[in-house]
Design a protein around this ligand. Structure first.
Ligand code: AMP
Ligand code: GLY
Length: 426
């Protein structure tokens, strides 16, 4: 079958790598794609993903049997709805179901209705009542914009003054809706579930590193590195998350007439009272996909097809449970602020010769060279029998990449490695 993948990041390169391996995949197209996805199929830089009629026309002309949507923006824009209406099989949630990511308030209401463990919250449409709430509740307290903000609309305020400042900044824009939350304490981990509208199967666990600098300092980013599995998420915690968070969410979405099909990515806080939901994303993570998919031992494509068909009965995603994966993101100097584009990257082949997988995100091919063309540029991934081994291999691969204008964190996997050294295994 011919498959169309939507997106152009490191996650899409990892998806292209996993999809192209499937014996079910005849031809893979990626729109728009990047030089990494071009290694696994044909890129379609000219196909405007926001033009649903154009995507549909391409699918019909190229006899596409499955569309896989990587990023959130086309989901929230309703690409899956438009394709489904034309009878084209598309993996990912409808626009209504993608509200689990697009609206924090929507998700909080669903949690409240279905008893899903999450931080206590209140929602505000005006500044004064929000200020009064924060003053009464005290700090630490969390202030979030209600909408897609790529992780940047969140302030974990250590003081009431900081929370007030965050509220003033958010309410400076008209029509703002703000969610104010209790601050949760614990370690964060992510769990991925493949959903068919009714049921879900586990699609792995991971931990990412959101802050730009070593030691979790500096501003938040899309993610500077990740590893999988998240050792803290024991099989008992996995079961608890599937039973108390994921399944009630699917039940609630179905009851609302907006069943969820796709990847549900639960950002969790592992608190002393058990796992609690911080937020949902409705897609694979980036760079989490770059550590989940290389560990996948089973074929991804039939599982995605079964989810689209609404029947995951008998389907399982088998992960290489004895292997850990770790990815180090190499970003352009200045990220997450303004970056300079156009510097030359060399050495990817050397890194890959040693067994690493170098997933490309913000890159561009020009005149036989590979150039940096974005903030996050590469995700250098390695596998190992432990996170420690995967970490050593990933950093050895990073050392082979010749790109003086780039930088990376030096401590990806630090906490997991410390736990391993203390004798707790992967
Ligand atoms: P979000 O975009 O909702 O995932 O939030 C971004 C980050 O803010 C999370 O990864 C957490 O580190 C932090 N965060 C969000 N909500 C809370 C909360 N209720 N308690 C503590 N930290 C939080
Ligand atoms: N790594 C965070 C995300 O994909 O949202």
């Amino acid at each position: 079958m011919n498959i169309l993948l939507i997106g152009s990041g490191g996650r899409e390169h990892a998806l292209a790598y996993a999809i192209a391996k499937s014996p079910l995949c005849a031809r893979l197209f990626t729109a728009p794609g990047n030089p990494g996805t071009a290694r696994h199929g044909r890129n379609l830089p000219e196909l405007a993903v926001g033009d649903h009629a154009a995507v549909r026309a391409f699918c019909e002309a190229a006899r596409i049997g499955l569309v896989v949507v990587g990023p959130e923006a086309p989901l929230v824009a309703g690409l899956v709805d438009a394709l489904a209406a034309a009878g084209i099989r598309a993996f990912g949630p409808t626009r209504a179901a993608a509200r689990l990511e697009g609206s924090k308030g929507f998700t909080k209401d669903l949690c409240a209705e279905h008893g899903i463990p999450t931080a206590a919250f209140a929602r505000f449409t005006a500044l004064e009542p929000a200020l009064a709430h924060v003053r009464a509740a005290g700090a630490p307290i969390v202030v979030k914009a209600d909408g897609l903000a790529a992780g940047k609309g969140v302030t974990v305020a250590e003081t009431v003054e900081q929370a007030e400042g965050a509220l003033r900044a958010l309410f400076a824009e008209a029509g703002t809706v703000v969610v104010v939350e209790e601050c949760l304490f614990g370690e964060e981990a992510s769990l991925f579930a493949l959903c068919d509208g009714t049921r879900a199967i586990l699609a792995g666990t991971a931990q990412d590193h959101k802050r730009v600098f070593d030691g979790d300092r500096g501003p938040n980013t899309g993610g500077m590195g990740a590893y999988s599995p998240a050792g803290l998420v024991t099989p008992a915690i996995e079961r608890a998350v599937m039973e108390t968070i994921i399944q009630p969410t699917l039940d609630g979405m179905r009851a609302r007439g907006t069943p969820f099909t796709g990847i549900l990515y639960a950002g969790l806080m592992l608190t002393a009272d058990g796992p609690k939901l911080i937020e949902y994303n409705t897609r694979f993570g980036d760079p989490e996909a770059q550590v989940l998919l290389p560990r996948l031992a089973s074929d991804l494509v039939p599982a995605l097809l079964s989810a689209c068909e609404g029947d995951l009965t008998g389907v399982a995603l088998e992960f290489d449970t004895h292997r850990a994966a770790l990815t180090v993101v190499m970003a352009a100097a200045g990220y997450p602020g303004a970056v300079v584009r156009g510097s030359t990257i060399r050495g990817i082949e050397d890194a890959e010769r040693d067994g690493a997988l170098v997933f490309q995100a913000g890159t561009r091919a020009e005149g036989g060279n590979l150039l940096a063309d974005g903030g996050r540029v590469l995700a250098v991934t390695a596998l190992g029998d432990s996170v420690l081994e995967a970490q050593a291999r990933a950093y050895a691969a990073v050392a082979r990449i010749d790109w003086p204008e780039g930088f990376c964190r030096r401590d990806i996997g630090r906490r997991a490695v410390a736990r391993e050294v203390a004798g707790h295994g992967i």
